[in-house]
Design a protein around this ligand. Structure first.
Ligand SMILES: [Zn+2]
Length: 361
């Protein structure tokens, strides 16, 4: 079986493949429509939830895609592959598996990391009833991130200032300032929002329905954009729960990283979707990781995020320049090459099976 066939060129094609695979594999599917947005062809946008196994059980495994929209080209392909290769059948006896297709369907359909409100869903799970975390490091660079023009003197000047920042303080400091998450600039990058996004409410509603009665829960969130080409880095999501960290390393190996320990390609971020588990009263034991697949060097990935943000804040996505930027961001989060897809699927499938073994242990 050619792994490249699991992957799709658009959200609509991906959704079609996912639903077809669900039907063939006998999943129970629930489709949740995002009423606040449509796709580029005016199509309806859904998060689709496929269930294998009983509705009620002690053991639950959740594998999610497209928390960061455009990263769904990868995650959707993995989920389709899980079903076509019948990996779903390797879950522990009596357990439940949920495949969540397109946590952020707007971003997937429009080839953006963010949702319909320019929100990074993985920075949106903070307590919005309290003052938002300050982000002075981002405040300082925001004017450089969003220059007035893209082809003129403002962009050129901003690029020189960014190069000077990186030369002086290092790339990790710039990555942290840019991607750590911020709540002050709704036209900026890695914006966490000021209220729960549709996807946030959808996910919390799903968990409220799914968590009662569970004893152990595993969460696998599929991402792209950081690390070496085709490598899948398992990133621990529930720092500082050290018991869960040890469990994740038992299940997935000692290469499980944590941004807070300085071992990950990711900056320390707050408000990730896995945070929602901690808010539930259910006493289940949670073991959550992101699986982050590398695409291209981080400077190019951050450059693509900056360009796409500029395009929607100041530019015209339908212009020739706009189409060029859309190509740039797609390439930054999805390597449309057979060797990459093969590496990605084999790694994701191995990690899924390690997670199943851990869940059943
Ligand atoms: Zn991501």
């Amino acid at each position: 079986m050619r792994h490249a066939e699991f992957f799709s060129a658009t959200y609509s094609e991906a959704r079609g493949k996912f639903l077809d695979a669900c039907t063939a594999a006998g999943a129970v599917v629930k489709s949740l429509r995002n009423p606040n947005a449509v796709g580029p062809q005016g199509e309806a946008l859904y998060t689709d939830v496929a269930r294998f196994g009983p509705a009620e059980s002690e053991l639950l495994f959740i594998a999610a895609s497209a928390t960061h929209g455009v990263e769904g080209f990868c995650g959707s392909g993995c989920q389709v592959g899980f079903m076509r290769t019948r990996s779903h059948e390797a879950r522990p006896a009596g357990s439940t598996l949920l495949l969540i297709h397109a946590m952020n369907p707007y971003g997937f359909a429009h080839v953006r990391r963010v949702n319909e409100e320019n929100i990074d869903l993985n920075r949106n799970f903070v307590d919005h009833s309290r003052p938002h975390p300050a982000s002075s490091a981002y405040d300082e660079i925001h004017p450089l991130i969003l220059p007035d023009d893209w082809d003129g003197p403002a962009r050129a000047s901003a690029d020189r200032a960014i190069a000077a920042y990186i030369a002086e303080r290092g790339m990790p400091a710039f990555q942290s300032a840019m991607s750590g998450g911020q709540y002050a600039h709704s036209d900026g990058v890695f914006f966490g929002g000021r209220a729960p996004a549709w996807s946030n409410k959808m996910w919390r509603g799903l968990l409220a329905e799914q968590m009662p009665g569970r004893r152990r829960v595993a969460f696998l969130d599929l991402h792209t954009g950081l690390g070496p080409y085709g490598y899948g880095e398992p990133i621990f999501l529930s720092w500082p729960d050290m018991a869960a960290f040890e469990r994740a390393r038992q299940w997935y190996g000692t290469d499980v990283t944590a941004p807070e320990a300085g071992t990950s390609t990711s900056a320390v971020v707050r408000g990730v979707v896995a945070t929602a588990f901690a808010d539930l009263a259910a006493p289940a034991e949670i073991t959550g990781i992101a699986l982050e697949f590398g695409t291209m060097p981080v400077a190019e990935v951050l450059g693509a995020v900056r360009a796409d943000n500029w395009l929607y804040a100041r530019g015209d996505p339908s212009s020739p320049r706009g189409r060029e930027i859309k190509r740039q961001i797609r390439d930054a989060f999805y390597c449309d090459k057979d060797d990459w897809k093969g590496m990605v699927f084999e790694r994701a499938d191995a990690v899924l099976r390690e997670g199943f073994a851990g869940l059943g242990s």
